[in-house]
Write a protein that binds this ligand. Structure first.
Ligand code: SF4
Length: 302
């Protein structure tokens, strides 16, 4: 079954894959890991410049682990969900302490790292080490549901047992080919078999597609499989307030007084809540003199 899909999808990928630095032949396992963490909740276009800056500054886990966690948060820029920066820093520290500064190839070892769940572990093991694992991100799940199961994409936050079984049944036997198949299906989902408007006319497996053959039965309303884009309110939210607080701290060379945040946010209760949340998340250090700093970024208080 897999052969009829694999050949055209792999051939399509060879012709159409985006030229992304974490897919380049020389990309290290660390580069793949960093890219996967950044891509967890952020689209490729926004990740690219931040990824390049990050890898230039910290080409190895040891380089990142040698700096305070606050520098990771500073470098994270406006990628959003900055706890990922903290987890990457924790991961780099663990890699240095336990793995000699390298990324482990073992799936369980990867899964045990901060911020790395089943999907990311499988992606790193496949893309960095050429292993054979079902890599089930939203794009892959959507393509396989349509193509092989003939089902409208139902969405859902995590892969079901049935989806996992289907993906595993379709994996080519040869590990290196399976790894390439995984990234190829992912790319097909990102570029052709998209959530909102699949371009079946450009699809390399249109003839084999069960969902197309069934006349593209309707998908559940809202089952786009992507983060809900319906104008998710951001203006005025605690998340926006946290973002402003971090922007101030990133730009500052010295710790910041509480009053200095008033310039970027007017609601005092919300500002306090944002600061409390950032402190609880380990993204901001409250200093004994009442000022605030990125973690590990406070100079010795005089
Ligand atoms: Fe997706 Fe259409 Fe291709 Fe089927 S034919 S896999 S629905 S793009």
């Amino acid at each position: 079954m897999s052969t009829s899909f694999a050949e055209p999808v792999l051939a399509w990928y060879a012709r159409n894959a985006r030229d992304l630095p974490w897919r380049a032949p020389g990309a290290t396992p660390w580069a793949v890991l960093v890219s996967e963490i950044m891509l967890q909740q952020t689209p490729v276009a926004r990740v690219l410049p931040e990824y390049l800056g990050w890898m230039t500054r910290w080409p190895t886990p040891a380089a990142l682990a040698a700096e305070p966690a606050g520098e990771a948060i500073r470098q994270w820029g406006r990628l959003g969900y900055p706890r990922r920066a903290l987890r990457l820093h924790e991961t780099a520290t663990i890699l240095v302490a336990r793995y000699g500064g390298t990324v482990p190839a073992d799936l369980d070892a990867l899964r045990a790292l901060p911020g790395i769940g089943s999907y990311t572990a499988a992606a790193v093991a496949s893309f960095a080490f050429g292993q054979r694992h079902a890599v089930l991100d939203t794009n892959v799940r959507r393509v396989l549901a349509r193509l092989a199961a003939g089902q409208p994409w139902a969405g859902g936050s995590s892969a079901s047992v049935a989806e996992r079984r289907l993906a595993e049944s379709l994996l080519p036997a040869e590990p290196a080919v399976a790894a390439r198949w995984s990234v190829a299906v992912m790319e097909l989902g990102a570029l052709v078999c998209t959530a909102a408007s699949p371009r079946c006319g450009d699809c390399p497996v249109a003839r084999e597609c069960a969902w197309l053959a069934a006349g593209r039965p309707a998908e559940a309303p809202g089952a786009t499989g992507v983060a809900p884009r319906r104008t998710q309110k951001y203006e005025g939210t605690d998340r926006q307030c946290r973002g402003h607080v971090l922007t101030v701290l990133r730009a500052a060379n010295d710790p910041v007084r509480r009053a200095d945040f008033d310039a970027v946010w007017t609601g005092q209760a919300q500002l306090d809540r944002a600061l409390d949340g950032l402190v609880a998340d380990g993204l901001v250090d409250p200093l004994p003199d009442g000022r605030f700093a990125l973690p590990g970024g406070a100079p010795l208080l005089r």
